[in-house]
Design a protein around this ligand. Structure first.
Ligand SMILES: [Zn+2]
Length: 421
C-alpha cells in the first residue's frame, strides 16, 4: 500500500469502526440542563449550536456534552441540571451561594440527575423495593427475575403473607409497569400498589384478607435501560436498548411475545428502526424472557400491564378485531375496574377490546397471556386521554391522584383472582 492508501485506510477505520463506538461512549457523558428563557440567553444560544430538547414553561432544555457545558460557562449562561427552582434549595446548602447555585452541571454529570423529578429512575426503584422489603420482611420479598441488556436488574416484588413460603392454593396475580421507556407514570402505579398493600396490611382488614389469600407479583420497571435513556437523553424513547447491529437500536418489548408474533406488519414492524420493531424472533429480548420465565414458574390467574397514555382499559385480542372467547368476562372485568376508578377522582376510563380501541398490535403481553395461558389480561393505559392533555408527560402533581384511583381496580383484580382460583 502507498502512504496515501494507508492514510485513507486508517481514516476509514477511524470513521467507520472507532468513530461510532467512541460516539456511543461519549454519548453517556451528556446530561440534560435547563437555562432561563430570557432574551439575552436566547440570543447567545442562537450561535452555539446546542442540541435543544425543548422550550417549555419559560425554560430551555438542552442535551449537553461536557464541551457544551464549558461553552455555557464561557458565555456566562447560568444553567442547572436540577429540576428544582434555585430559590427552593436548602438554606444550609453551600450550593445556595448565589455564585454557585446554578453552576453544578459539570461536577454532577455522572451523579444521578433529578430531571425525572418525582418519577422514579432505575436506582430509585431499586432503593424503594429494598426499603419496602426491609420494612415488611414478612410481607414483601424482592426477586431478581432477569437482567436487562445493559445488565440492570429486573425486579419483581412478591407481596403475600408468609412471603418466604410458596403457599399452595393461593391466587396469583401479575402486575407489570414500563414495557415502554417513555411511559413514566406506568412505573409509579405498580410501585404504589406494592407499597399500599404492604403499608395497610396491619390496619385494613380488607387488604389483610386479600394479601393472606393471594400472592401478588409486581414488576414495576420491566425496561430499565430504556427508562434511563429517556431520563438522560431522549424523553420519547420507547423500546429497549438492543443494538440491532445496523446502527439502529431497540426492540419493542410489547411486540416481542410469542403469540401471533409478527402476524402482520400492521400490528408490529420487521424494520429495526421502527418504534414497534418486534425483534428478530419471539422472546429475543431479556425483558420478555423474564416475564415468560416468571409465568412458567408461577400460576397466574390474571395479569395487568400498565402503560400510558389514552386513559383506557384494553383487553385481547390486539392482533385482530375479532373478539376472543373470553370477551364477555373481559368486558365485565374492565367495566368494573373503570367504575371503581371513576369513584375515586371522577376520572372516566374507557374500556374495550384492544384491536378495536386503539390499533392492531401483535406479539403483545396481554394477547400472549390469554392466548398461551388462557387467563384474563389487561393493558391499563393511564391518563391523560390524548396528546393535547400532555401525551406521555404527566405533571408530577397528578401522580398521587392517578395512582390512588388505580388501587380499587387492583384490589378488585386480586379479589377476582381469589374467587376464581
Ligand atoms: Zn406502552
Amino acid at each position: 500500500m502507498t502512504k496515501a492508501k494507508i492514510a485513507i485506510f486508517l481514516l476509514c477505520f477511524f470513521v467507520l469502526v472507532l468513530g461510532p463506538s467512541l460516539m456511543a461512549q461519549n454519548h453517556w457523558l451528556n446530561t440534560i440542563v435547563w437555562v432561563e428563557k430570557t432574551p439575552e440567553n436566547v440570543a447567545k444560544l442562537k450561535t452555539m449550536w446546542l442540541d435543544i430538547l425543548m422550550d417549555w414553561q419559560g425554560k430551555i432544555w438542552i442535551v449537553a456534552s461536557p464541551d457544551d457545558i464549558r461553552k455555557l460557562k464561557d458565555a456566562e449562561i447560568l444553567y442547572s441540571n436540577d429540576d428544582n427552582e434555585p430559590d427552593n434549595k436548602n438554606e444550609s446548602n453551600n450550593d445556595n451561594e448565589p455564585g454557585n447555585r446554578l453552576h453544578k452541571g459539570l461536577e454532577s454529570i455522572s451523579a444521578q440527575t433529578t430531571i425525572n423529578g418525582a418519577f422514579h429512575s432505575y436506582r430509585e426503584v431499586e432503593s424503594e423495593v429494598y426499603a419496602l422489603e426491609r420494612s415488611y420482611p414478612n410481607l414483601v420479598q424482592v426477586h431478581i427475575i432477569g437482567n436487562s441488556l445493559e445488565m440492570r436488574n429486573l425486579y419483581a416484588i412478591k407481596i403475600s403473607d408468609n412471603v418466604q413460603a410458596d403457599e399452595e392454593g393461593e391466587a396469583e396475580v401479575l402486575i407489570t409497569g414500563c414495557h415502554h421507556a417513555r411511559e413514566w407514570i406506568s412505573v409509579e402505579v405498580p410501585l404504589y400498589v406494592a407499597k399500599h398493600l404492604a403499608e395497610n396490611y396491619a390496619t385494613d382488614p380488607h387488604i389483610r384478607d386479600l394479601v393472606d389469600q393471594a400472592e401478588v407479583w409486581i414488576v414495576p420497571l420491566l425496561n430499565p435501560d430504556g427508562l434511563e435513556y429517556t431520563i438522560h437523553f431522549y424523553r420519547y424513547w420507547r423500546k429497549n436498548m438492543r443494538d440491532n447491529d445496523n446502527r439502529t437500536y431497540g426492540v419493542d418489548p410489547n411486540r416481542n411475545y410469542d403469540f401471533m408474533w409478527g402476524n402482520d406488519n400492521e400490528g408490529s414492524s420487521a424494520i429495526s428502526s421502527s418504534y414497534v420493531y418486534r425483534g428478530p424472533a419471539p422472546f429475543s429480548e431479556p425483558e420478555t424472557q423474564a416475564i415468560r420465565d416468571l409465568f412458567a414458574q408461577r400460576d397466574f390467574q390474571v395479569s395487568i400491564n400498565y402503560h400510558n397514555y389514552s386513559q383506557v382499559i384494553i383487553y385481547p385480542w390486539g392482533y385482530t378485531n375479532e373478539p376472543s372467547e373470553m370477551d364477555a368476562l373481559l368486558e365485565e372485568m374492565a367495566s368494573e375496574m373503570a367504575a371503581r376508578m371513576e369513584r375515586v377522582n371522577g376520572r372516566v376510563y374507557g374500556y374495550g377490546q384492544a384491536g378495536n380501541q386503539l390499533y392492531l398490535t401483535n406479539g403483545g403481553a396481554t394477547d400472549w397471556a390469554l392466548g398461551v395461558y388462557g387467563i384474563p389480561a389487561f393493558t391499563m393505559e393511564l391518563p391523560p386521554v390524548d396528546q393535547q392533555q400532555g401525551g406521555f408527560y404527566n405533571p408530577e402533581e397528578e401522580i398521587p391522584s392517578i395512582v390512588r384511583e388505580n388501587i380499587p381496580a387492583m384490589l378488585y383484580v386480586i379479589e377476582w383472582a381469589i374467587e376464581n382460583k
